[in-house]
Design a binder for this molecule. Structure first.
Ligand SMILES: N[C@@H](CCC(=O)N[C@@H](CS)C(=O)NCC(=O)O)C(=O)O
Length: 203
């Protein structure tokens, strides 16, 4: 296997997932700022969507989309379980990944692409500068809901550290550096973020 990776929260999710599993893979870095992901050979031979990351597997084909990559790695290396070791745990993790992805990560990332990231993305796909503030507000609304829902849970799925934590950690950490800081009033999320930051994989 080999990982194509770059700057950005999506490849960060896969690298942190690999670190938690203690898997080391050959790495090829793609310069997405220069747009190398949007032209051959990456676009033609690796990911026709032109995005990072991508996992090259042993038959020479490529798996793209971070949740598909992490699911594949979990099946190949089940321990430690980061999605789940039984159907109930896996369903709970997938439920949270979907909630976080749709409600927080996507609007957060699209809010960035439509404002601070506009110059980089405007000629790659349709971005909506007029929607930037609303997208960021949607992410914050869902973070406020999550802050309340988290209660005293240690991690998103209770006492299990999972892909859901990794996903949210990478996106919240990225967003904080590009104009979407963590709201200090979201005390549960701030405490959760500090907890996850202490893990070896966060380094
Ligand atoms: N849905 C994709 C999103 C991948 C994505 O947006 N990657 C970003 C880096 S965080 C990227 O490649 N950006 C450069 C570009 O789109 O040209 C996934 O799950 O992997």
């Amino acid at each position: 296997m080999k990982l194509y990776t770059s700057v950005g929260p999506n490849p960060h999710v896969v690298r942190m997932f690999l670190a938690e599993k203690n898997i080391e893979l050959p790495i090829e870095k793609i310069d997405i700022r220069a747009g190398d992901n949007r032209k051959p050979p990456y676009l033609t031979d690796v990911n026709s969507r032109g995005q990072s990351p991508a996992l090259e597997i042993d038959d020479g084909s490529h798996i793209c989309e971070i949740t598909a990559i992490c699911e594949y790695l979990e099946e190949k290396h089940p321990s430690p379980a980061l999605i789940g070791s039984n159907p109930e745990q896996r369903a709970e993790t997938r439920m949270w990944v979907r909630r976080l992805d749709l409600g927080i990560c996507e609007p957060m990332a699209n809010g960035f692409r439509a404002s601070e990231g506009y110059e980089m993305f405007k000629d790659r796909f349709r971005v909506l500068p007029e929607a930037a503030d609303g997208l960021k507000a949607i992410a914050q609304d869902n973070l406020a809901w999550l802050n309340n829902d988290l209660g005293s849970r240690q991690f998103i799925c209770g006492d299990r550290f999972t892909l859901a934590d990794i996903l949210l950690y990478c996106f919240v950490g990225f967003a904080a550096k590009v104009g979407q800081p963590m709201n200090p009033e979201h005390t549960q999320i701030v405490a959760w973020f500090a907890r996850v930051s202490q893990r070896d994989s966060a380094a």
